[in-house]
Design a protein around this ligand. Structure first.
Ligand code: ATP
Ligand code: MN
Length: 478
């Protein structure tokens, strides 16, 4: 038997009248004659023509949607529309039957909500095949971008004893018997008896450890799972997500912004170059979906145009203070259309404000800098005005915050003072403070939420649809 060829390669082949073997899953079987076969290598199906008059009836019956089959036959030029080549089957072998009465994926349109309930099978749809191939490319491109510039991929711990930023709620990690917890004399849980001899949790960010690496290797990045037990049931939050966190010695905030903007453009461009068909399919899907929306809520650009627009324009850079002015004077604010009206300086921006700036006012990605210190983490470098810190958030259309970063406070006295003000225990972070004691230098970094990036590039609306197995409140199936 000839060697198996993937369908993507086969559809691109120019050589016909050769024998080929393909394996995959049946998408549809029409007129007892035409199989649409897919093996996940491309969104396009391969047409297999079965000589039904000379094929056993019992075998034909087993060619059902979802069945795994192996086909050997001649690759020939196709007469039909929609494909240039097809395979004239000489043998069809059923590798795995799929009972059409019970198979949950019928050859019709299913809602994304329904597909989330059968996430173990949704990979077999065109939409999810496209999403996960794009996700794969983006992950690869992230590594390529950093590796090309000599960054070191650093694996920071998944289990930590510090709730890095006090940002999100952390998930506890323990092997204590929950039905029989050891107690101290004061009646508190005695973590000394726990596995690590202290309370531990799943990481909410690898940044603090990442900084330690940067203070020797110069440029590092992490790319790993991150956990936050935040009970926010939004379309942009997961309880388990992947984050990319570069940390760079000798970078100031402008260098930091340049790197982040460069990274985003690089990976988007990579997807456009390597996943054109998948993106065109997803663009089409989005257009269909938007037809059910009122005209004024539909996007002005197609998905591809949006991605290209992002590549071809500098991100708008302005300070938080300037952004507050824009928002205060904006029409929705004056007409009291914001759920959270902008009253003055100091408030944290809500997603509706971020999206106004990006989608309505500037109409392009925006980088906001120099936020009030009260709404940012303790490690951000303090400005001389004593009010703001060298933070930067990147805001994207349809998403809001996609990147959060800053220049880090490298001055020991300023850092300790801020930790005291914010009630962050210095003793526990002795190792972090050591980097400020021995060879401290200006440095910067940021965190890019990988799923928010995938959300933007695929044009999907819910973050639960761009990670294979989403974890969110009350859901850890599969
Ligand atoms: P948000 O305000 O949207 O909750 P954040 O301020 O908590 O974000 P950071 O702590 O700065 O976010 O984390 C860095 C990046 O990680 C964010 O810019 C975002 O892209 C991503 N991110 C944060 N929380 C989540 C989450 N729960 N699910 C998916 N991605 C997230
Ligand atoms: Mn958050």
């Amino acid at each position: 038997m000839s060697q198996r060829i993937k369908i993507k390669a086969l559809l691109q082949s120019t050589q016909t009248d050769v024998e080929v073997t393909v394996k995959g899953w049946v998408r549809t079987f029409r007129n007892n004659q035409f199989i649409a076969l897919n093996d996940g290598s491309t969104n396009n199906n391969l047409q297999i023509v079965v000589d039904f008059q000379n094929t056993d009836e019992a075998l034909l019956k087993r060619i059902t949607t979802g069945a795994a089959i192996s086909v050997t036959g001649m690759l020939v030029a196709s007469l039909g529309k929609g494909q240039t080549v097809e395979v004239k089957a000489t043998t069809v072998e059923i590798l795995g039957d799929s009972d059409p009465e019970k198979y949950p994926l019928q050859p019709k349109k299913h809602s994304l909500e329904f597909l989330r309930e059968i996430a173990h099978l949704r990979f077999r749809t065109q939409t999810f095949g496209a999403i996960f191939r794009v996700r794969n490319s983006l992950a690869f491109a992230v590594h390529q971008f950093f590796q090309n510039q000599g960054f070191v991929y650093l694996h920071t711990p998944v289990i930590t004893a510090s709730d890095a930023e006090g940002a999100g709620e952390a998930f506890k990690v323990t092997n204590l018997d929950l039905n029989n917890l050891p107690r101290t004399e004061n009646g508190e849980i005695d973590y000394k008896q726990d596995f690590f001899g202290k309370a531990t949790n799943l990481t909410v960010s690898g940044q603090l450890e990442g900084e330690l690496g940067a203070m020797a290797l110069s440029d590092i990045y992490t790319f790993g799972p991150t956990f936050r037990a935040e009970n926010s049931n939004t379309t942009r939050h997961l309880a388990e997500f992947w984050m990319i966190e570069p940390e760079m010695a000798f970078y100031d905030l402008v260098d930091n912004m340049d790197l982040a903007e460069g990274l985003l453009k690089y990976v988007i461009n990579y997807a456009l170059e390597h996943n054109r068909e998948d993106l065109e399919f997803l663009a089409q899907r989005l257009q269909e979906e938007e037809k059910s929306k009122p005209q004024n809520e539909r996007s002005e650009m197609t998905l591809i145009e949006k991605l290209e627009f992002c590549l071809n324009n500098d991100f708008e850079r302005l300070t938080y203070t300037e952004a507050i002015e824009v928002l205060k004077n904006s029409t929705p604010n004056k007409k009291k259309k914001f759920q959270y009206p902008i009253e003055g300086w100091g408030a944290d921006l809500q997603s509706e404000h971020e999206r106004y700036l990006v989608e309505k006012h500037f109409k392009k990605p925006v980088i906001l800098t120099d936020y009030p210190k009260e709404i940012k983490a303790f490690y951000m470098r303090q400005n001389d005005d004593n009010k703001t810190v060298r933070a930067m958030d990147i805001l994207f259309p349809g998403i809001g915050e996609i990147v959060g970063g800053s220049q880090r406070e490298e001055r020991l006295d300023r850092l300790e003072q801020r930790m005291d003000e914010m009630g962050i225990p210095k003793e526990e972070l002795w190792w972090y403070l050591d980097t400020r004691r021995f060879g401290a230098c200006p440095h910067s970094g940021f965190g890019l939420g990988f799923e928010r990036l995938v959300l933007f590039v695929t044009g999907m609306g819910n973050i639960r649809d761009v990670i294979p197995f989403p974890r969110f409140p009350k859901n850890a199936e599969f």
